[in-house]
Design a protein around this ligand. Structure first.
Ligand code: F3S
Length: 406
């Protein structure tokens, strides 16, 4: 990388140990990716918060940064932790897990990161910096990255938690990948033939993610308008099953016109068509390990937003949960404060449990008594068996309500 005089001085330690350490992380990354310089960032979003997924190594890393006096320069928000930070005891988390998790939270707070514990920073204005088209960001958390790039038109690579934190401390990120327009052009055309329901958006993302790993997909044929919740699910599934940082939808996403550049440059590698029925038939190939008779249904991956709460409320239509079943919704405190109390109370009166700060993937489900779960999220169904070693079925919300309710 070619550094400015000031960046060189930071690297040499003239502005202190913490800044030098963070700059070394970013320069190593930039050199690896052949970035020529840095771009200033509007915000950072940091994953790697759960003690379940990051363990002792994260506590050691954050303790070292804190000892060096590290403080964030750019606004920075935090991904979900491994438990509801207020109700963990009642839910059944072990004390040893909770004390380690609280130590991680305390260390991030000392460094100046906002305790949002949200994976939807694009949807939670409280304590999160609003983002706009063209903003450069340094975000980890793949669902947030793909939403910011695709739906907002902001620019971020799929950072790791450490590089996002280093960028928050320096206020800049290496200029490569998604920060440059040419890398955002579509390389794959997918024509959708037929009307998609919310569950199909999950299956579409999972199928394209699994089959075409890192291509930049351009979807045509999707009916307008599309609700934000469906765009969240499409992106989360694409990024979970593949390495996708961005997608485009004709007539919907702000950079879909880049298809013209792709066609001029001859970089569209493949064109295919897919129908909703074909997607349903592929489900068992994409998710081969369904849970046998699930008794706990987990919703909110990515964490529930306002429209998802409203949809659940509408679908429940006053029905109550069966005594032997549970439905758990994961969201965050800021989002919950924005909800219409009628909707929140209606959902909870049906027997649905609502937890904040965490999710079904970064929580140690096996340590709090879960053994057979089902979800409506392709991303959650992909990760739960890997993270908690229990089977997870994938099914539409309507089926979940029919199985769980009287
Ligand atoms: Fe969010 Fe957890 Fe899913 S962090 S995207 S709810 S895996």
């Amino acid at each position: 990388m070619i550094l400015t005089r000031e960046e060189d001085a930071i690297l040499d330690g003239e502005k202190g140990e913490a800044l030098s350490f963070a700059m070394k992380i970013l320069v190593n990354l930039g050199d690896l990716e052949e970035a020529e310089g840095f771009v200033p960032i509007r915000s950072a979003h940091i994953s790697g918060v759960s003690y379940h997924t990051a363990g002792e190594a994260l506590i050691r890393f954050l303790s070292d940064l804190d000892r060096m006096g590290a403080k964030v320069l750019a606004p920075a928000t935090l991904n979900p932790a491994g438990m509801d930070l207020e109700r963990w005891k009642e839910i059944g988390y072990p004390d040893d897990f909770a004390s380690k998790q609280m130590r991680i939270i305390e260390l991030y707070e000392r460094i100046g990161v906002n305790m949002t514990c949200s994976c939807i920073p694009y949807e939670t204005p409280y304590r999160a910096e609003p983002i706009s088209f063209g903003d450069h960001l340094s975000w980890s958390e793949s669902n947030a990255v793909i939403f910011a790039n695709s739906v907002v038109g902001a620019r971020t690579n799929r950072e790791g938690g450490i590089s996002a934190l280093a960028s928050a401390i320096i206020g800049k990120t290496p200029d490569w990948g998604m920060h440059q327009e040419k890398n955002r052009y579509p390389t794959l055309k997918v024509n959708v033939v037929g009307k998609l329901d919310p569950f199909h958006f999950n299956l579409l993302g999972a199928y394209i993610g699994k089959t075409f790993n890192s291509e930049v997909a351009y979807f045509t044929g999707i009916d307008i308008p599309v609700v934000k919740a469906d765009l969240k699910q499409l992106g989360a599934a694409l990024a979970a099953k593949g390495g996708h940082p961005i997608y485009h939808i004709e007539g919907i996403t702000p950079e879909s016109h880049y298809i013209k550049n792709s066609e001029q440059d001859g970089i569209v590698n493949e064109t295919l068509s897919v129908t909703p029925i074909e997607l349903e038939e592929m489900k068992s190939d994409i998710y081969p390990y369904p849970a046998d008779e699930p008794d706990i249904f987990v919703l909110g991956c990515p964490q529930f937003g306002i429209s998802e709460f409203q949809r659940l409320y509408n679908k429940l239509k006053g029905r109550k949960l069966r005594k032997d079943k549970r439905i758990i919704v994961y969201t965050n405190r800021a989002l919950q404060e924005m909800l219409d109390p009628k909707v929140l109370n209606g959902v909870m009166d049906a027997g649905v449990e609502v937890y904040n700060d965490t999710c079904m993937v970064v929580s140690p489900l096996d340590r709090i008594g879960f053994d057979r779960v089902a979800t409506d999220s392709a991303k959650a169904a992909h990760y739960i068996p890997k993270m908690s070693n229990i089977p997870a079925d994938l099914m539409p919300l309507e089926m979940i309500i029919d199985l769980a309710c009287e």
